[in-house]
Ligand binder design. Structure first.
Ligand SMILES: [Zn+2]
Length: 697
């Protein structure tokens, strides 16, 4: 993926409140719905800094103007070309939703749902009046927990309604790694309120400070729930103690990139043996997912630790921990005092955001999350024409042809492995724009004026939908991203590449532009997703999406050597302060970035061969740039961004993507075509010695 983690997906509705607040824009000029999409060209000269030397810092040259002209809005943790486009999409959807929320008649079933959902979400007065009351039923449930034997039923109920996989653990459905045609239950390690296990274990000053502030935040939340300061303080310390125990039992994020480390198939007895005293039969029955006998436990050591905790901890401590996580999940949906306290820690302290995004942004984002394919139909109808779909598909096929040639021409791979790689490539399914079959929301009851009820029923709807897949034939037509999403992904088990309509718009994909920037930008994105099929993680899955080694030992070693070149290169880049890129974590994305740009270049060469008038000569200059230069600037301009230092620190721990600067400059140094396009000299910063260049695919 270009922006989201690419790790083998666990199909659990992830309701991380911190991400609800994240997308959006500045409050000043954007506080009206848009009636049309603003146009930004696919190559924008005003986004460049022509005073910068492209051979010294190409990112500054291509993005310097953008960074200067687009300061991070006060309500954002970071700001990028992708974020800005996502905000434009939302601002447009806002108008549609506002209209549907006011109309009572002439709405079809989906329009009623998205309209009423949005209307209830926007009704802050009603939300304020309810105060903390939506928590009551959950807290009653928790109060009835007197030991491990009471946990299964309570946890199942809470997880269904809250979609909160951070309540001790997550349970959902996913394709079996060994047999991608089967969907089985997955029990997933989780349970933490901070963004990563390292946040509990690191001993540097900043990490200690964040932990101290986290405890204050938990205590503040308990006080809002009516506890005395002393009680709240004690309870917050207990939460940190439990979570630290769970963090110690969790795999480091880097290790989760290895699918074998997350693949531990057990039968029912095996599952039960991990946590004696916690009755999985009761839990699964309460989820409505009983009767299964095959599970994947992603991290058995974590579940063993969890079983021990449940057995030995004072039940009052377990209740405290559960109350905290319920309050954490629900706070953004509650009265202002809860919402503000939640924002203060998760957005302000943790990520440096200055102010809460306006209500409409958060409500559009929530509709997109809970009713994304109903909202997506409105978006596609207005923003994604059949011609655009055809054009995108054409480019995708060209990129795939380029990959086919690329594999054929590889010097380091044996014919035997090449054949398997070609089989895998030929089996990749292209999904462009939106699903062929829209999701049916009939079973999701959305009521006017009942915001938290709508959220809970939406969570339960999605969880049941996921759990109902277990044991059924796999639906290959399903999407994991909604159509307005400005992002893309590769799914190793489906073996498909997915490009939502939202990412196939200007300035990323611009039919009005010449080919060069489009092949650099969107061509690079398509190539990026396709290369994920062959990155350090994706390459471990075969043409059928099964976790199965199809490499000869020698070829695997050759791959690893080339990947190591990337690891070593990116390990030298700084994220923020003295924190360097954790290049083992970003390896898959870095490999996909480089492969994507090379494939985009190859596909563009093919395209140009068919259109000689675009190819060369002084007439080919536009904005003073040659087609080759426009290809590279077009590529770079998807990645222009600014990040707040606090947010960058979180990303350094959790984000498998390198910062935008290195997603640009880190590639240019490896591309001889770049050196030639800008006539850079040997020894300049954007030029590596030929024998030092990295290339995997
Ligand atoms: Zn990616």
């Amino acid at each position: 993926m270009r922006q989201l983690p690419t790790l083998v997906r666990i199909a659990i509705a992830a309701a991380c409140a911190a991400t609800i607040a994240a997308p959006g824009a500045s409050a000043q000029d954007t506080d009206r719905p848009a009636t049309s999409f603003p146009y930004t060209p696919g190559l924008d000269v005003t986004s460049m800094d022509k005073n910068a030397d492209p051979c010294v810092d190409f990112y500054q040259y291509a993005c310097g103007g953008w960074i200067k002209n687009n300061p991070i809005p006060a309500d954002q943790a970071r700001w990028s070309v992708y974020d800005k486009l996502a905000q434009d999409n939302r601002r447009y959807l806002w108008g549609i939703l506002e209209d549907l929320s006011k109309r009572q008649e002439g709405r079809n079933a989906n329009e009623q749902k998205i309209g009423d959902y949005f209307g209830a979400c926007m009704d802050e007065a009603a939300i304020e009046r309810r105060g903390a009351e939506p928590l009551k039923a959950y807290f009653d449930e928790i109060d009835a927990v007197h030991g491990a034997h009471d946990l299964p039923r309570a946890l199942a109920k809470l997880q269904l309604a809250l979609a909160d996989e951070r309540l001790f653990f997550g349970f959902g459905s996913n394709q079996d790694y060994a047999d991608s045609t089967r969907v089985i239950g997955f029990a997933v390690a989780s349970g933490l309120g901070l963004p990563d296990r390292d946040a509990y274990l690191k001993t540097d000053a900043r990490s200690k400070e964040i932990r101290a502030k986290y405890v204050v935040h938990v205590a503040n939340t308990f006080q809002l729930l009516g506890e005395t300061p002393a009680q709240a303080q004690q309870h917050a310390s207990q939460v940190l103690a439990i979570e630290t125990q769970l963090a110690k039992a969790s795999l480091p994020t880097v290790e989760k990139r290895n699918p074998y480390k997350l693949f531990h198939k057990v039968d029912f007895k095996g599952l039960q043996a991990l946590t004696p005293g916690f009755d999985w039969r009761v839990y699964l029955d309460a989820l409505g997912a009983g009767g299964q006998d095959t599970f994947n436990v992603t991290e058995p050591a974590f579940f063993k630790a969890l079983g021990k905790l449940w057995k030995t901890a004072d039940p009052a401590m377990l209740r405290t921990y559960m109350r905290w996580h319920v309050a954490r999940t629900m706070s953004p949906m509650l009265a202002k005092r809860f919402d503000a306290e939640h924002f203060d820690f998760y957005s302000k302290t943790l990520r440096g955001v200055e102010q809460q995004p306006p209500r409409w942004k958060r409500c559009v984002a929530l509709v997109d999350r809970q009713l994304g394919e109903a909202l997506g139909q409105e978006f596609v109808r207005r923003a994604f024409s059949p011609e655009l779909k055809e054009k995108s598909l054409h480019m995708t096929r060209q990129i795939e042809d380029a990959m086919k040639r690329d594999i054929d021409e590889l010097q380091w791979m044996s014919p035997q492995t090449k054949q398997k790689a070609q089989e895998k490539l030929a089996a990749v399914v292209n999904k462009i724009g939106y699903p062929d079959k829209w999701r049916d929301y009939a079973a999701y009851d959305v009521r006017p004026g009942d915001f938290t009820g709508n959220v809970e029923r939406g969570n339960a709807f999605e969880n049941r939908r996921q759990l109902a897949k277990i044991g059924k034939p796999l639906d290959r037509s399903e999407w994991q991203m909604t159509p307005p999403t400005v992002n893309a992904y590769f799914d190793p088990q489906m073996n498909d590449i997915n490009f939502p309509a939202g990412v196939l718009q200007p300035p990323l994909f611009d039919p009005k532009m010449d080919d060069a920037p489009n092949y650099g930008n969107t061509g690079g994105t398509i190539g990026h997703e396709l290369t994920h099929a062959f990155d350090d993680e994706g390459r471990q899955f075969d043409a059928n999406g099964n976790l199965k080694d199809w490499w000869t030992k020698k070829d695997a070693k050759e791959f690893q050597q080339r990947a190591q070149c990337i690891v070593d290169q990116y390990a030298q880049y700084k994220v923020v302060d003295d924190i360097k890129i954790n290049s083992k974590l970003t390896l898959g994305e870095d490999v996909a970035d480089l492969g994507g740009l090379i494939l985009g270049w190859m596909a563009w060469q093919t395209q140009m061969a068919g259109m000689p008038q675009q190819a060369a000569g002084p007439a080919a200059l536009r904005d003073g740039l040659s087609p080759e230069q426009r290809f590279f600037v077009g590529y770079a301009q998807w990645a222009c961004e600014s990040d707040r230092p606090a947010n960058a620190r979180v990303h350094a721990m959790t984000d498998p993507h390198s910062p935008g600067r290195y997603r640009v400059n880190g590639l240019m140094v490896n591309m001889p075509q770049f050196q030639q396009a800008f006539q850079c000299k040997a020894g300049q910063p954007m030029v590596k010695e030929p024998q030092q260049r990295c290339r995997v695919w």
